[in-house]
Ligand binder design. Structure first.
Ligand code: CMC
Length: 435
């Protein structure tokens, strides 16, 4: 909204002479102001906003995005600085506890997380109930949800210490579950976590090591992997985070809430886009075929969309995509894959799309998923694991948001209204008389 002074209230007037209603405008520390419509229900008035296009569903102090300028901050720190100077443990501490740790705090936090990396042995039976070709995200939804049956002695979700223990358990155990969902696909033995390794190295170890050979994670690849985790750790009120909050708003078990978040993340419009992007690049196959796919993406009669492009909030380059492209260069250089055809294809596609009037006028830019698949593929991670890795990174954000919600005195069960379009009351006809 363009004006020199900020309004502090808005008046809602009606064209039938009903008394107008004054609504306050709330300001956050950064970003758009919001009209506080909470009092409308008392007047029997509701608002309509499918897809939450204009609705702030909560207040939060965790992550800030400025979509016009392409800015992303975790607890006030720009993502570029965090990706450059921190590791995922520091970032998780920041998201969950509100501050970056000192070295002593980091050591203690890491030790705590490491002490929770093993999962209950009985959980392996849950894995074994799945088909071997089950998608890792299907396994993740099931196994993470099943944690609610294993760690049900948890205390009160309204107790800060209890929530903290839950956060530690999830952060520690979800990588083990993600890596095991891959091992289960392969038919290889589950590898137990090695707690002397860093968080990223440990995940790589559990994915790639076997009991038969010594496995040393490549430190450059582990660093790149850690950066992928940082970039995906939180993204304010996206679909999966909102799902975790909505599920948790009823006081539901936190492990079940995170499983709900994983389910939501899986969709190709959300976290599933990384797998879908690589599939799309493989399908395009060659720079000469880009035009054909751009044409399809613009065709409203074709369901095809350019995967890894566009975002509800960013109307500019997704800052995570810029960092991911740089990481892509580093990883491919390290692996001697400078001429990786998939990376070249992605860069050519990005260039062509960014010059195309359709994408320019709609402000469609590459998002985080555009390059992440290429980096992970170069590391030897299969396509089917991309979204599972997104899920393990986002667990830090989900659990921070879940904790914040439970600590918020204004928190209420989430219960949207609807615009009913169905039949008005009608009288039932007994089955024998129905036509
Ligand atoms: N390819 C072609 N057209 C697109 C694309 C795309 N990737 N994205 C949006 N559009 C068009 C869309 O057809 C619409 O055109 P029109 O105004 O003519 O009807 C316009 O751009 C606005 O799109 P929208 O669907 O109303 O926007 P949205 O905010 O509801 O959707 C989105 C955002 C991310 C779901 C969408 O851009 C999309 O489907 N992108 C591809 C999937 C993807 O990469 N998702 C990852 C998002 S980032 C990571 C994450 O959140 O997990």
């Amino acid at each position: 909204m363009k004006s020199s002074t900020k309004p502090t209230k808005v008046t809602l007037s009606f064209d039938n002479g009903a008394p107008s209603i004054e609504l306050p405008i709330l300001s956050g520390s950064l970003g758009n102001d919001v009209i506080d419509i909470r009092s409308l229900a008392k007047h029997g008035i509701f608002t309509y906003d499918p897809g939450f296009m204009s609705t702030a569903a909560c207040n939060s102090s965790i992550t800030f995005i400025n979509g016009e300028e392409g800015l992303l901050y975790y607890r006030g720190y720009p993502i570029e600085q965090l990706a450059e100077h921190c590791d995922f443990m520091e970032v998780s501490h920041l998201l969950i506890n509100g501050e970056l740790p000192t070295s002593v705090q980091k050591e203690e936090f890491t030790r705590t997380i490491n002490s929770h990396t093993m999962v209950h042995d009985q959980l392996t039976n849950i894995f074994r109930g799945f088909r071997r070709d089950a998608h890792p995200m299907a396994v993740m939804v099931g196994v993470v949800g099943s944690m609610s049956a294993f760690y049900h002695t948890l205390g009160d979700i309204h107790d800060a210490q209890s929530r903290e223990i839950t956060a530690h358990q999830l952060l520690a155990k979800v990588p083990t579950i993600a890596a095991w969902s891959y091992k289960y696909n392969l038919g290889q033995p589950f590898m137990y976590p090695q707690n002397h390794l860093s968080y990223a190295e440990n995940f790589m170890y559990m994915m790639f090591a076997t009991p038969c050979e010594k496995y040393e994670p490549n430190p450059i690849l582990a660093k790149a992997f850690d950066r992928i985790l940082i970039l995906h750790a939180d993204h304010e009120q996206n679909a999966s985070t909102s799902t975790v909050r909505l599920a948790g708003s009823s006081g539901a078990n936190p492990f079940a809430c995170i499983a709900a978040g994983i389910a939501s993340l899986w969709g190709p419009a959300h976290g599933g886009a990384n797998e879908a992007t690589l599939k799309m690049l493989e399908e395009i196959g060659d720079i000469s075929r880009i035009g054909e796919y751009i044409k399809r993406a613009k065709d409203k009669t074709d369901a095809f969309r350019l995967m890894g492009f566009g975002h509800r909030v960013y109307r500019n380059m997704d800052p995570r995509a810029a960092i991911m492209r740089k990481t892509c260069h580093e990883v491919l250089d390290e692996l001697g894959l400078h001429n990786d055809p998939m990376f070249k294809l992605a860069m050519a596609l990005e260039k062509i799309a960014l010059e195309d009037e359709y994408f320019v006028s709609r402000k469609l830019y590459p998002n985080v998923d555009f390059y992440s698949g290429i980096v992970m593929r170069a590391m030897g991670i299969p396509n089917s694991m991309f979204t599972a890795i997104f899920a393990l990174a986002r667990t830090a954000g989900w659990i921070a948001q879940w904790s914040e919600m439970n600590a918020d005195p204004e928190h209420k069960i989430g219960r949207p209204r609807q615009l009913y379009m169905g039949e008005a009351r009608r009288e039932l006809v007994p089955i024998s008389n129905r036509k």
